[in-house]
Design a protein around this ligand. Sequence first.
Ligand SMILES: [Zn+2]
Length: 365
Amino acid sequence: MVEFKSLRNSDLIPGEIYEAGLTGGFFADEVISNIFKFDNLRGIGNQGGIRRAMIENNPSFNNEEAFVIILDTKGDSDWPNKFNSSTKILNYYGDNKDCKKHYLDTKQKGNAAFEKYFHRAYSNTNEHIAPFFYFERINGKDARFIGIAVPFVDRTPLNTALELRKFIKSGEGEYENYVASFTILEVPVPRKWLYDLKVGNFESKYIPTVWHNYLQTRKLPPNNEVNVIFPNSDMTNPPRNTGYRMTAYRKTQAKFRSQLLERESGCQLCNLSLPSLLVASHIVPWAIADESQKADHNNGFLLCVFHDALFDKGYISFNENGQILISDELPSSEFERLHISEQMTINILPEQEEYLRFHRATILA
Ligand SMILES: [Zn+2]
């Protein structure tokens, strides 16, 4: 759970819950508007449903969305949004239910945003495509981030992925509304990328690899290669899963491990060098890393089983100089038994700083 006071500094982590405020003021407590606050930039409002964040301070992108937030509040039976966690397809209803209005003429312009970006995603032009970020309401006020919603579904034509449907409202007549199918990419979204999107910097170095690849190729990676969730950083607990998924996992993990064994001579904290007790430990955990981060040896430390367990569970991390940071949850009386001391340091490569920053902010207990 990300506490309310930390929302403004948080990355978006799939599955993570973002906590609403407790002041009792609906607008002050509202979780999404507080996540998407950036210094010197406009906020995104605190109404529910679909919210557009516009690009600012960049005249080439006037009236273009930086990104669009979709929040399933689960509070409207006319809009039974549905995310299928095995196919990774989200069915999400647009924002018109007014019989007297055109379906694009809605207050938050949600249907218009759907239309604009689905059409662009299905065309072959190079026009800007805004990512959608999908959240679900949870515990009444909090929000859970699910992933990046891509306005595109593989092997599905545009008029099926973005379907204009007629609905009947008893006593009032008919209205039209979009029912959109998005593909969800369950990858972390760095806050620095959100900022870059807001100012129209599309060359951001923080852009998630799968999204970048999608924009370049208009192809989504097969389901099994992005969204696999494995609980451990090594093979100690192979998950029950399809052979196909396991093959992809084994290949990437075996290569990752051999690169680390080549780079290091033993545990990077205690020098233990028995290969069978050494673990190729991911800094940004496998479960939430994107494809390139899973395979990147810079996202790894070679640690003994002891130090891997402590690092993996967030009991230890390292500052930018490589000095050990020990969680307050570990009493100092146990340090010796746990083979740690406050004097320990680890060697950090420049390419590892960003990964480690994430570990400190998100994993360290
Ligand atoms: Zn060790």
